[in-house]
Write a protein that binds this ligand. Structure first.
Ligand SMILES: Cc1cc2nc3c(=O)[nH]c(=O)nc-3n(C[C@H](O)[C@H](O)[C@H](O)COP(=O)(O)OP(=O)(O)OC[C@H]3O[C@@H](n4cnc5c(N)ncnc54)[C@H](O)[C@@H]3O)c2cc1C
Length: 438
């Protein structure tokens, strides 16, 4: 049996960063990844980077074929770079499936070859996989794909059906509509983006519809079937016909086949690996980081899990999941919709003393320069402390500016500072002066 100081299972954001850093301080590290096409993780290969490359390509008016070629170039470049950086760090990169056979022993298998590895510290970083709801015919039908399959279509579907109007579903709806497909989104809820500010959610739906997306809201998809090469979706007794259907019903922690039943690691009711505030599982020395531990599914939260575990292993700090605050998010539709902290409804429900302000993007000078007047900014502040409780920025470039507000919130900078801060001009950021001008 081969012995290491640290074994990382999965080439995700947290795991690869941890492997590299631990190897750099002289630890003997192995990283096991079952899928060489996924070296560097979900984000680089089938998540954030390819999707945003496609979205940017569509904005730049590239064709479907040009966009797909560009996406392939970008992901290949980043995958190769990630492999090189990891190998140069001195980490043993093992291309195999990993499975626990006891608390501290991992079986790695590739083809007919099997080997056992052991380490005192083991990091589970296996990510998440697409949820599949029990819709008759969904998995059995041809031309039905998930978020990975839709990135590898040989040709652009003229008619695309998307089951699920969450972040992933809406980003692909926006993308394919802009590429010229007719897109229909089936969403279970009566509204889209129900957790966002209502004013932004309504505008988002309007802009998506203007771009050519149709919505079937409050829908219950009853069945999916093929008619020749076409895919027929039945909803409320009505048939909708597509060339391709994508299902996007969320992603669940990837624990299947990991052999957790052979360990004392506890899995939560929702299928995630249970962790404490330091991402440590119920087996001391075994950690779970990234999507697999059931936290927010973002690359930057996976990276933040790395910070927590690295701090714990090296005694550098006491930062933990309790210290994490104000996690922002951006939805990359057109324009980007970004949010941090509370919505007005949440502030109201929490009984906080607050005031709210809204500013239409059409009132912002830079928006006229950009020739893009779509969107709205909305902010909520605490009337007793002057602290910022939350912000929704819907408009071009909001995915950059939201990080400024997160920093102000983390540091309890009063909203009046942003109201009076000097910003460069003409920029979208300068409009924080006005939206915080109560
Ligand atoms: C379409 C899409 C778009 C997204 N867009 C964004 C975005 O814009 N911004 C953002 O922040 N996040 C985005 N995300 C989410 C983000 O990609 C994930 O939250 C993040 O990549 C999770 O990383 P991770 O560290 O958990 O592990 P991952 O990067 O998922 O890596 C897990 C790895 O473990 C391997 N593995 C699993 N089981 C085993 C095993 N038993 N043995 C060996 N290897 C194994 C897998 O093959 C995989 O490579 C997106 C996700 C998707 C699907």
């Amino acid at each position: 049996m081969k012995s290491y100081d640290i074994i990382v299972i999965g080439f995700g954001k947290a795991g690869k960063t941890l492997a590299g850093k631990m190897a750099a301080i002289g630890k003997k590290v192995a990283l096991v990844e079952q899928n060489a096409a996924n070296y560097g993780g979900t984000c680089i290969n089938i998540g954030c980077i390819p999707t945003k490359t496609l979205i940017q390509a569509a904005e730049n008016n590239l064709t479907f074929e040009q966009a797909m070629t560009l996406k392939e170039t970008v992901t290949t470049r980043l995958r190769n770079k990630n492999q090189m950086v990891l190998e140069n760090s001195g980490t043993d990169l093992i291309n195999a499936h990993a499975k626990f056979i006891s608390n501290k022993v991992i079986e790695v298998s590739a083809g007919d070859e099997t080997e056992h590895l052991t380490a005192e510290t083991i990091i589970i970083n296996t990510g998440a996989v697409s949820n599949v709801f029990p819709i008759p015919g969904l998995l059995e039908s041809k031309n039905v794909v998930d978020s990975t399959g839709i990135q590898n279509l040989p040709e652009q579907p003229k008619r695309l059906g998307i089951i699920g109007g969450g972040n992933i579903g809406l980003e692909f709806a926006s993308l394919y509509a802009r590429l010229g497909s007719q897109v229909t989104v089936f969403e279970n809820s009566p509204v889209i983006l129900g957790r966002y500010e209502e004013v932004a959610a309504k505008l988002a739906q309007q802009y998506l519809e203007e771009d050519g997306v149709s919505f079937v809201l409050g829908s219950q998809v009853e069945a999916v079937a093929n008619r020749g090469e076409e895919v027929v979706v039945t909803e409320s007794g009505k048939e909708y016909v597509f060339d391709t259907v994508m299902y996007a019903m969320g992603r669940k922690p990837a624990t299947e086949g990991l052999g957790l039943e052979n360990t004392d690691i506890v899995v939560t009711d929702r299928g995630a690996v249970q962790v404490d505030d330091y991402c440590e599982t119920t087996v001391p020395g075994v950690y779970a980081v990234g999507d697999v531990n059931g936290g927010l599914q973002f690359t930057y939260t996976s990276l933040d899990d790395f910070r927590i575990v690295f701090g714990k292993l090296t005694d550098y700090g006491h930062y933990n999941l309790q210290s994490r605050q104000n996690v922002p998010n951006s939805l990359f539709i057109e324009p980007a919709l970004s949010q941090v902290g509370l919505t007005e409804k949440a502030a109201q429900e929490a009984g906080l003393p607050y005031k709210a302000n809204e500013l239409l993007v059409a009132n912002m000078p830079r928006a006229h320069v950009n020739n893009d007047l779509r969107g709205v900014y909305k902010v909520i502040v605490n009337t007793e402390t002057n602290e910022i409780l939350g912000a929704t920025l819907f408009g071009s470039g909001s995915h950059e500016i939201i990080n400024l507000i997160k920093m102000a919130m983390d540091n309890k900078i009063p909203y009046t500072y942003l109201k009076n801060q000097i910003f460069t001009h003409p920029t979208m950021a300068e409009n924080l002066n006005d939206v915080f001008n109560f």
